[in-house]
Ligand binder design. Structure first.
Ligand SMILES: [Zn+2]
Length: 562
């Protein structure tokens, strides 16, 4: 391409481009009309600079392509941040820390409720290795209903909360809630212990007002994603109202992360409605900022509630092999219907049995798919592969793209054997093997209720891929470590690949969106344990700055002989 005057030239010490061609040493990145025009040695920058060009100098810092997180529940996380007291470990190290934090938060109770957020596998992360009891939560208050959400599947209630929820000795939960089969745990005399599962949608928790939801979403996207350098997010939708706020936030230029929405069916809309979204959901913002990209369905549950569908029975007493939430016929139907609507199907399938059944159902429908149909994603495929060869052969036959979550290695890698059995010890997150076998891997946060504090920071996820340390520091299959560059590629080009957007983003190459980051140190040059501390100094979306850490913006400079 002939050099020409561009809108912006960014000078930096180094670029980790993720492309085949990497200029060594100081670089210049030329940007015009929101896209990258060239990535060249700094000495060639003047070829792109004219009178109208803004030249920014990031000094000797490193530039990276913006991160792509293909699977997050941003709205859920944003609402949770706004409505709950943070009781997560390790911020709270023990049951008494949790109780103190709840007591301190009593002033924030609303509509008679105080809701705390604990993390997934909360009972394994607190020093006592158990949940706070109903009596302990009663010690916080007998008048205020106290609930602690230990992730999105398990909630702990005090006596007042049980009373307000109408859960007594004779209460019978409905057969199904939106996340699985509701359960009320009872003591030997039939009295509820306060531990309930899959009940969150059935409990009368306080709700956010419209203005509060707007604040939660507009602040939340920046705090949870943009400031960590996530420039494209695959958002699993929660509410239509929430999507409307995201749209208007983009129209008003208040948001710095592109949103590719997967409509959750049936949580947000029925499958029929999701496939007909054009008739009822119109975004006013440019579709490069927010658009409906696909549909998300759940084929099974989660490990923490023992509802992921496994081939072998859970190691936990009283549990079978988990349950499928969709039949083969329903999976095929969802695939064909979404493909006809031009939408990508993302199927949540945690357990090995769920993945096998989903792959078999898809394989049986491949000959009926329209030409050019989007590649089907299986969410959580790649996390736990007790029978690697069988599983990956099935992935290949079904033509799916696995979408793993490296952060789960930290969340529960060391706890999974207790839940599913010893065979889980060395069969989790086999990223080394998957990459060697040619799979496109991505890294996503899957942030939801009960995530870790750092969960939405891609550098934390990169650290998980490289160091493979679980919550208490236990190593999880060290032989499956990957290099820093491979891990960065998962969170950029790999994420773009999961969305089918590798042609438009994920690397610093001419023609791609000018979504890029300046970071405070070279991630390829720091000790591995420091990876999670790499800070994003500045974020550009389509060449425009959307986030700057205090006093760390690239400096505008006069350039050339003019
Ligand atoms: Zn998810």
């Amino acid at each position: 391409m002939t050099p020409r005057e561009v809108d912006t030239v960014l000078l930096a010490g180094r670029a980790i481009t993720m492309a085949a061609e990497v200029p060594e040493g100081p670089v210049a990145i030329a940007v015009a009309d929101g896209r990258i025009v060239a990535v060249v040695p700094r000495a060639e920058a003047d070829r792109y600079v004219g009178p109208g060009t803004t030249v920014l100098d990031a000094g000797n810092r490193t530039v990276l392509p913006g991160f792509v997180d293909p699977h997050a529940h941003f709205e859920v996380a944003a609402r949770t941040r706004h409505l709950t007291v943070d009781c997560r470990a390790p911020r709270c190290g023990s049951v008494s820390d949790v109780l103190d934090t709840l007591r301190d938060g009593l002033g924030e109770a609303r509509d008679g409720w105080l809701v705390g957020q604990g993390n997934l596998f909360f009972d394994r992360k607190l020093a006592e290795r158990r949940f706070p009891t109903r009596a302990e939560l009663d010690s916080v208050s007998r008048d205020v209903a106290v609930a602690v959400r230990a992730g999105g599947h398990v909630t702990l209630l005090n006596s007042r909360a049980l009373e307000l929820a109408g859960i007594d000795g004779t209460y019978r939960p409905v057969q199904h809630s939106i996340t699985g089969r509701p359960t009320v745990e009872r003591g030997s005399d039939g009295t509820p212990t306060g531990v309930v599962k899959e009940m969150d949608k059935l409990l009368p928790f306080p709700r956010l007002g419209a203005g509060e939801l707007e604040d939660a979403i507009l602040d939340g996207l920046g705090d949870l994603f943009t400031r960590y350098g996530v420039t494209t997010l695959g958002e699993i939708s929660e509410t239509v109202d929430g999507l409307g706020i995201m749209d208007s936030g983009h129209v008003r230029g208040l948001l710095g992360t592109r949103l590719h929405v997967y409509l959750w069916a049936p949580g947000t809309a029925s499958l029929d409605e999701a496939c007909a979204h054009r008739s009822w959901l119109r975004f006013a913002a440019d579709e490069s900022r927010i658009r409906v990209h696909g549909v998300k369905v759940f084929a099974d549950g989660g490990y923490s509630a023992a509802s992921a569908a496994l081939r072998r029975p859970y190691a936990l007493a009283g549990h079978g092999c988990g349950e499928m939430a969709m039949s083969a016929e329903e999976i095929r139907g969802a695939l064909l219907q979404t493909a006809d609507a031009g939408l990508q199907l993302a199927i949540h399938a945690n357990g090995d049995r769920a993945q096998a059944e989903v792959c078999a159902a898809i394989e049986g429908a491949l000959d009926r798919l329209p030409a050019g149909a989007p590649t089907t994603r299986i969410e959580h495929a790649g996390n736990f592969l007790p029978d690697y060869d069988t599983a990956t052969a099935a992935y290949r036959r079904a033509g799916i793209i696995p979408v793993p979550q490296p952060v789960f290695l930290y969340n529960f890698g060391e706890f999974l054997p207790d839940y599913v059995g010893e065979y889980a010890r060395d069969t989790q997150f086999p990223f080394r093997r998957l990459l060697d076998d040619g799979w496109n891997l991505s890294g996503s946060s899957d942030v939801w209720v009960g995530s870790e504090e750092a969960q939405t920071n891609p550098f934390f996820s990169v650290w998980c891929c490289v160091q493979r340390r679980s919550f208490h520091g236990a190593s999880v299959s060290d032989d499956q470590r990957i290099s820093v560059l491979e891990a960065l590629r998962m969170h950029t080009l790999g994420g773009a690949g999961a969305l089918g957007e590798e042609a438009s983003r994920g690397s610093l190459e001419p023609g791609k969106l000018a979504d890029l980051l300046v970071v405070d140190r070279d991630p390829l040059g720091v000790p591995a344990d420091e990876l999670r501390d790499v800070r994003v100094d500045q974020v550009f979306l389509g060449g425009e700055p959307v986030f700057v850490r205090e006093n760390s913006a690239a400096r505008p400079v006069r350039f050339g002989s003019a």
